[in-house]
Write a new protein. Structure first.
Length: 85
């Protein structure tokens, strides 16, 4: 018969060191996540600002096609009047 494997012994000091290193890794991950969340808030703020600016530009632009159509109709009417007279 072969002797049984006694197993692996992990001392409390080794366990403590491993737990401390895991806690430090989790702390680094938390700080990175906080940075990403801050960046995301900034992006959402910028997006809202851009949306507002686009809406303002779209509202300011709508009279241009209307003015063009009215000018065309007025020109056509003037042309018709010139032909009639």
């Amino acid at each position: 018969m072969t002797p049984q494997d006694p197993g692996v012994y992990i001392s409390p000091a080794q366990m403590y060191q491993e737990v401390r290193s895991l806690a430090q890794a989790v702390g680094r991950i938390e700080s990175k996540i906080d940075g990403v969340l801050d960046d995301t808030r900034d992006i959402r703020t910028d997006l809202g600002d851009h949306e507002q600016r686009l809406r303002t530009l779209e509202r300011a632009r709508w009279p241009l096609p209307t003015l063009g159509a009215l000018t065309g109709v007025a020109g056509a009417a003037a042309g018709v009047l010139a032909l009639i007279r």
